[in-house]
Structures are given as structure tokens and as C-alpha cells.
Design a protein around this ligand. Structure first.
Ligand SMILES: C[S@@+](CC[C@H](N)C(=O)[O-])C[C@H]1O[C@@H](n2cnc3c(N)ncnc32)[C@H](O)[C@@H]1O
Length: 334
């Protein structure tokens, strides 16, 4: 998934830094990814550590992480379920009605055909759960598969803050539900949907990885369609983009972010803390350093990083820009 602030491409840098500080053998460590997003960081440590604690404020992220992190044993009949969902006859529902050109508000997030297919698959998954045809693990696996597959055919430049005027090529393709594959392992992992600053007082462990939003773009607004598909509850969509009420993170405001971060560091019960942030963020490197070094031994690692910005109106002319990606490191005083 093309996700704001995704650490997908930075995994080698993050892993290398964590190994150099904590050591290569993490098999008895509890690793918390408290701003998990797509879950890509936790996924990369899932088979190496004793326990992953994965958390995010957003419901779509909770679903993705229940699948990628929480699920650890094979899904029975996985292929049969996926192909059954791919072959059901499409009917109109909430997504078609509110987010497709043929619907009542003429929004163009999906082609009409894909909007109906999302509706039908989503309703089937819910019915299967209600009728006990599937268990919770399978429910999360199928929902995560739907979110990933729907995202591939979304008619947006990158995020869901706006849709494109004309159906782009990838959005014209018919949605094919594909399996959101996860790593199998013996260990049990934990997944939450809470505010980081509430959860921090309820957990303890060894390695805390922090990847908060670094600018004012609220994830709940930029990925609202994913929440709508995941929750699939009736509401009155507002404005041009059909927005629902959404959660506002205090990490996305210059007025509140510093205080929030300090609170998180102060109350964390983890020996090692790693914080990803870049040079375009709301807080400067020095500001973060000043906060973190109050609580133990501080260090800093950095890497230059090519980032691609999607053009606002078209899905082309992606502009490459170089940013500096930091990993702030703290070994907390006991
Ligand atoms: C930079 S993204 C994380 C990206 C993730 N590491 C990845 O690679 O996919 C920041 C995440 O923090 C979440 N978030 C924002 N405020 C939060 C809060 N107060 N508590 C928990 N999660 C929060 C957002 O929903 C978003 O998914």
C-alpha cells in the first residue's frame, strides 16, 4: 500500500540500526510498533522476536495488523474462500452509492463495477462471520485482503483526500481479491487500536519503535475510504469527498506534538526506544534530541532518502525529492 510515511523502503536501515544497538538475537525481546500503519515494521520483526505489540489509532490499520501481525497460523480453505468471494454476483451497496460515478453523489473513488464488487465482498465477509462460517482470524484475513485489493484499484493520486476527475488506468481494471499473505510462526502477538499515549501506560517490553505522523496530514482524513470499507456502517458522507467523522491525532499539530512525544517517552516502560522522523517534520532534530536525552543515553542515526510526491491532480509527474530520515535512539534509564 502506498502509505504516507511508509517505512517499507527504510527497513534495511531500521533493522541495521536496531541490531547494532540491541544485538542480533532478538528472540527473547518484546517489540512494540505503536504507530504501526501498514504494519510493515512489525512484519519484519515478527519471526525474530518473542512478541510484537502492534498498535494504531485507525481501524483500517487495526484490521491490517490483526492479519499481518496477529494471524500466525494457516487460514483453513484460504484459496476456496478467496475464489468464492471473487465469483459472487455484484450488487449495489454503500460504496457504490456514495463513492462511485453511478451513485447518488457522482464521486469517483472507484469504477462502478469495482464499487459494487467491494460492497458485495464486504457484505459476504460480514455474513460469513455472523453465521459462524469463518472465525476471527479468517475475518481479519479476508478484510485485509479486501482493503489491499480495493486500494490497488482506487482512482486517486495516492491518498483518499481527493479522487481523480477521470478514471486512471489502474482504476479501470477489475478488482481481483488477492490474499493478504502473512508470516506463519508459533508465537502469539498482540494488536490494539488505541491512542499511543493511553496504551503506553498499559504495556511494557524491550524495544519501542516510534513512527508518529511527521506533519499535519491526519491519517483518518487521508484514508477515510479504507475506514469506511473496514467498518461498513451507515453514515451520512459529507462534502465533495464523502468524509466521515475522523480521529484527530495530537502528533499532527505543532501546538501539541512536543508535549505528546515527551509524555510517551516519559511513561514508556521499554529499555530501548527508536524514533523515526525526517527533516521536514513538525519537530526539529534538536527538539527531539532535547526531549529524549532527558531520559537516558541518546544517539542518532540518519540516511538520505528519495521520496516521491504524487501530483495532486494527475497520477503522473511524480516529483522526486531528497529528504533526510533520522532514527533517534534512546537507552532509557531504569
Ligand atoms: C508515519 S505513519 C506509520 C507508518 C508505518 N510505520 C508504516 O511503515 O506503514 C503514522 C501512523 O500513526 C498513526 N497515529 C497517529 N496518531 C496516533 C496516536 N495518537 N496513537 C496511535 N497511532 C497514531 C497513524 O494512523 C499512522 O498510521
Amino acid at each position: 500500500m502506498n502509505y504516507i510515511g511508509s517505512k517499507h523502503k527504510l527497513i534495511p536501515f531500521i533493522k541495521k540500526t536496531i541490531y547494532s544497538v540491541v544485538g542480533q538475537d532478538l528472540s527473547n525481546k518484546i517489540f512494540c510498533d505503536i504507530f504501526a500503519g501498514t504494519g510493515i515494521v512489525g512484519r519484519n520483526f515478527k519471526t525474530e522476536v518473542k512478541t510484537i505489540i502492534s498498535n494504531d489509532l485507525e481501524y483500517y490499520s487495526y484490521i491490517l495488523n490483526q492479519n499481518y501481525i496477529g494471524n500466525h497460523q494457516p487460514i483453513i480453505n484460504q484459496n476456496e474462500l478467496i475464489s468464492e468471494l471473487n465469483s459472487v454476483k455484484s450488487l449495489e451497496g454503500f460504496i457504490f452509492k456514495h463513492y462511485c460515478r453511478g451513485g447518488i453523489e457522482n464521486r469517483k473513488y472507484f469504477s462502478d463495477e469495482n464499487g459494487k464488487k467491494i460492497d458485495t465482498i464486504r457484505q459476504n465477509i460480514e455474513n460469513w462471520k455472523t453465521n459462524n462460517k469463518i472465525d476471527n482470524c479468517t475475518y481479519y484475513f479476508l478484510l485485509a485482503s479486501l482493503l489491499e485489493s480495493a486500494d490497488k484499484v482506487a482512482n486517486t493520486a495516492s491518498v483518499y483526500g481527493a479522487y481523480l476527475k477521470h478514471l486512471k488506468k489502474s482504476a479501470s481494471k477489475i478488482l481481483i481479491l488477492s490474499s493478504a499473505e502473512f508470516e506463519l510462526c508459533e508465537n502469539i502477538h498482540l494488536v490494539f487500536q488505541k491512542d499511543s499515549n493511553q496504551l503506553i501506560k498499559e504495556i511494557e517490553g524491550d524495544i519501542l519503535y516510534l513512527d508518529p505522523p511527521y506533519n499535519t496530514r491526519q491519517y483518518g482524513a487521508n484514508y477515510h475510504i479504507l475506514n469506511t470499507i473496514a467498518e461498513y456502517k451507515d453514515f451520512v458522507p459529507k462534502g465533495k469527498t464523502g468524509l466521515n467523522e475522523y480521529k484527530k491525532s495530537k502528533y499532527c499539530s505543532k501546538q501539541t506534538v512536543t508535549e505528546e512525544l515527551e509524555y510517551l517517552i516519559r511513561y514508556s516502560q521499554f529499555e530501548y526506544i527508536f524514533l523515526s522522523y525526517n527533516n521536514e517534520g513538525l519537530m526539529s532534530v534538536d527538539k527531539i534530541k532535547n526531549i529524549m536525552e532527558k531520559y537516558g543515553k541518546y544517539d542518532l542515526s540518519s540516511i538520505n532518502y528519495q521520496r516521491f510526491k504524487a501530483d495532486k491532480d494527475e497520477n503522473r509527474n511524480h516529483k522526486a525529492s531528497e529528504t533526510k530520515e533520522y532514527l533517534h535512539i534512546l537507552q532509557k534509564n531504569g
